[in-house]
Design a protein. Structure first.
Length: 303
């Protein structure tokens, strides 16, 4: 890759992070397929490395995704790149000691001595009777130098700002997209950033909803169909496609330090990289959001 092109891509993609959920889990959504093979995962990691993507997001709850990552990382050409790996905790139902042990085992599975961050996968784990003990164990892992930072992966319903004020995480991962702007509208994203929290955005494609045509919507989303069609038409009239618009929206959020995109193949990642590096379309972002509660909850309509 020519040096000038590499610098351009690096500047355009510095926020992008590779979501590795499908290294260990079946691909969800309306076009879901099986999990990636090791060869597919290796190709995705190599492509990310070549494009200058340096953040990989995984979890102990994503099947054997951490082990797959450990197998494919050393094969990324030309040598293991300096990926910043963010992983997440095992369930608190296993007990605090087992969560800590699993966090240590995560590093062994990924074949790394330390990782960028360890996030609590489910905020409810922190809000139960063992929550304070769990947070203390995570801080101990940080103090040992095994994880540079600790944090929380939250949903809108979890009240991310309240969690941040109580636990003072280094990082918070939250869902925000062109279609789901609730954490922008209520000031949560800006508040988190003002508190010094490193904000990672996830679900930026809203489980693929932005790519669905009205005729192909599931029955639960019929009411959102007309609004979604208008949004898609507005994007097209601006000379952009939905993927380009979704990525431009997320990557241009000043509060966001990272934008996580989960891919189902190297081909999908290649399309994402091209869309992310494209010029940002001239759109009124605030006019493109959805308010339908079902459409904003992929766990309901994509089930």
């Amino acid at each position: 890759m020519p040096a000038a092109r590499a610098r351009l891509q690096s500047a355009a993609l510095h926020k992008l992070g590779l979501g590795a959920a499908h290294f260990g889990l079946d691909r969800a959504g309306p076009h879901g397929r099986g999990r990636l093979s090791d060869a597919e995962a290796m190709a995705a990691v190599a492509l990310a490395a070549d494009a200058g993507v340096r953040l990989i997001d995984v979890s102990a709850r994503y099947g054997d995704a951490e082990s797959v990552l450990g197998r494919v990382l050393p094969a990324a050409p030309p040598s293991p790149p300096p990926f910043r790996i963010v992983t997440k905790t095992a369930p608190i139902a296993l007990g605090v000691q087992m969560v800590e042990s699993a966090a240590r085992a995560s590093l062994q599975k990924m074949r790394v001595e330390a990782a960028r961050a360890l996030l609590v996968h489910a905020p409810s784990d922190l809000l139960g009777p063992e929550g304070e003990s769990l947070w203390g164990r995570l801080n101990r892992l940080k103090d040992e130098g095994l994880y540079e930072a600790i944090g929380i992966a939250a949903t809108v319903a979890d009240d991310p700002v309240c969690l941040a004020r109580r636990f003072k995480p280094d990082i918070m991962q939250v869902p925000t997209s062109l279609l789901d702007q609730r954490l922008i509208d209520d000031g949560s994203l800006s508040t988190l950033a003002e508190m010094g929290v490193e904000v990672h955005l996830r679900s930026v494609f809203q489980q693929g909803l932005l790519f669905l045509h009205r005729a192909g919507l599931p029955a639960s989303l019929i009411d959102a169909g007309p609004r979604l069609s208008r949004i898609q038409r507005t994007i097209a009239e601006a000379g952009a496609d939905p993927m380009q618009a979704a990525l431009a929206f997320a990557m241009n959020r000043p509060e966001a330090s990272a934008v996580i995109v989960t891919v189902g193949s190297a081909a999908e990642l290649r399309a994402i990289l091209a869309a992310a590096a494209a010029p940002s379309p001239n759109l009124d972002w605030a006019a493109l959001k959805l308010t339908d509660p079902v459409a904003l909850d992929p766990q309901v309509w994509a089930a």
